[in-house]
Design a protein around this ligand. Structure first.
Ligand code: PHE
Ligand code: NA
Length: 500
């Protein structure tokens, strides 16, 4: 079978940007900036982007482009060239993607429901109660006792899976690329329209003051730097098989450096736009409710499903601004979901040598069934717990090992040469310095800190047994199966001289 390919450069960049821009840009970044020094946060953020984000993206694009395969195969080949088994690292990344896929789709389901609610503000005048009690029907569950099935949530999740599967089954060109070409420009236009309208509202500009007001004293706080680094890896979708899969479909003449810069800059630029939008809304809301902004601001899920609906209630033409906002969320989420499912599907295609239709049906079918665990009373708690362990431990671990393998066990200069040979502007020695010294040191420090706090304090108030099984146990199981697949695989099934 000939490997599929992107049809155009724009198509590839829009797909990569579609993966990178996700719910995290809209509800994670703005709050994080506000909470970590406001305007001063941009210093560590830009530093992380330049020393980790862009170098990592160039590295993954080069790997995918060079080997034209997905994560497990790439690491198997890299390992072969130095005589060690590394395929497991690729599968560990694919499993991370698979786990994220099944809970991320639940949040997309909620945004689809809320898009429906937003036409008539069916959340009423107590959005907090509406979200947690009326919609999620959150009970006194623990993450492991799911409680009743919620058909309403399941229907929205089914819609999300339907759209993702259509894109995946239709293939790289006519599915993923075409979907990205429609969705991404639409997303940018909608966010710009929202910003223009929101900034005309009274109080909006003072909201921006809160976001951008620099508190330089926070720069001395190491947790601010680790927040910036953690956010960069998450926001760019690097380190868990996605960008490797997408770049494996690049044509041989692709400009790697330029594509990587564009993807990173568009993603980070979008984050800032989202920050402006969100804080504009918060500023307006604070003024309407005559409260200080510090009292209306919230993070994460609460921001999207409680605070924003409350603000929409106060707005002129809520039946227009509400649907616009939630459509933007749905698009941002779906394009990311497509990319995670593609990471898993393409790994299955490459490993089992089966058709896309077959692999896609297996992956989407299994994913669909597993994801239904989140359409329950306890779904939110399960999601919260799993998300914490995946983001703060598994993902950082995977990024760190990947870096150590490529920058220390192997000759990283080979990749730099590979990228520079086909790129208009060349990357210098700084690229190797970032990947060999700066990024691993900082990543290692963050990971150790996370491991320590999680071991000592645990996460949240969840029962210890749940943290052991659903947190540590999940990561252990993923590692176990990754190593198992690697162990039973044929030896020497790859030539040993492909990396030079
Ligand atoms: N980059 C995405 C974001 O910022 C994160 C993500 C990508 C999550 C792909 C899942 C899958 O939201
Ligand atoms: Na992102």
């Amino acid at each position: 079978m000939k490997r599929e390919q992107w049809n155009s450069r724009v198509g590839f960049i829009l797909a990569a940007v579609g993966s990178a821009i996700g719910l995290g840009n809209i509800w994670r970044f703005p709050y994080m900036a506000y909470d970590n020094g406001g305007g001063a946060f941009f210093i560590p953020y830009l530093f992380a982007m330049l020393t980790a984000g862009i170098p990592f993206m160039i590295m993954e694009f080069s790997l995918g482009h060079k080997f034209r395969q997905t994560s497990p195969q790439i690491f198997a080949k890299l390992g072969n060239s130095i005589g060690i088994k590394l395929e497991w690292l690729g599968w560990f990344q694919v499993f991370i993607a698979a786990v994220i896929a099944v809970y991320y789709v639940a949040i997309i389901g909620w945004t689809i429901s809320y898009l429906g609610f937003s036409f008539s503000q069916s959340w009423g005048d107590n959005p907090n109660q509406f979200f947690f009690q009326d919609y999620l029907k959150l009970g006194n569950n623990s993450p492991s006792s799911l409680g009743d099935f919620q058909a309403g949530i399941a229907i929205s999740m089914t819609l999300a899976w339907t759209m993702t599967s259509i894109a995946i089954l239709s293939g790289v060109k006519s599915g993923i690329e075409r979907a990205s070409k429609i969705m991404m420009p639409l997303l940018f236009i909608m966010v710009l329209v929202l910003i223009v309208r929101v900034l005309m509202l009274p109080g909006a500009l003072s909201g921006l003051n809160y976001l951008f007001e620099p508190d330089f004293s926070r720069l001395l706080d190491t947790s601010v730097w680790s927040a910036a680094y953690g956010q960069i890896f998450f926001t760019l979708s690097v380190g868990f098989a996605i960008m490797l899969a997408y770049s494996s479909y690049l044509p041989s003449k692709a400009d790697i450096n330029n594509n990587a810069f564009m993807t990173v800059l568009i993603n980070c630029g979008f984050s800032i736009l989202a920050g402006i939008l969100v804080f504009g809304v918060l500023g307006y809301m604070a003024e309407q409710q005559m409260k200080p902004l510090t009292e209306v601001v919230s993070s994460g899920i609460g921001l999207a499903f409680v605070t924003i609906p409350t603000a929409i209630n106060l707005m002129p033409a809520p039946y227009i601004l509400g649907p616009l906002f939630f459509t933007a969320l749905v698009i941002a989420g779906l394009s990311s979901h497509i990319s995670i499912i593609e990471a898993v599907t393409s790994a299955v295609i490459d490993k089992l040598n089966i058709s896309r239709k077959m692999a896609g049906a297996i992956v989407c079918g299994t994913g669909y069934l597993v994801s239904m665990a989140f359409a329950t009373n306890g779904g939110l708690l399960l999601l919260d717990l799993v998300d914490y362990f995946i983001n703060n431990i598994a993902l950082l671990l995977s990024c760190l090992i990947e870096l150590l393998v490529i920058a220390w066990l192997l000759k990283i200069a080979i990749l730099r040469q590979h990228a520079n040979q086909r790129s208009e502007f060349k990357i210098g020695a700084w690229w190797e310095i970032c990947l060999r010294f700066i990024s691993p040191t900082i990543l290692c420090a963050i990971l150790l800190k996370n491991l320590y706090t999680t071991l000592v304090e645990g996460y949240g108030d969840y029962p210890i047994a749940d943290q052991l099984f659903l947190g540590w146990g999940l990561i252990g199981t993923m590692l176990f199966f990754a190593i198992l697949i690697n162990a039973v695989g044929k030896k020497d099934s790859f030539p040993t001289d492909e990396y030079k």
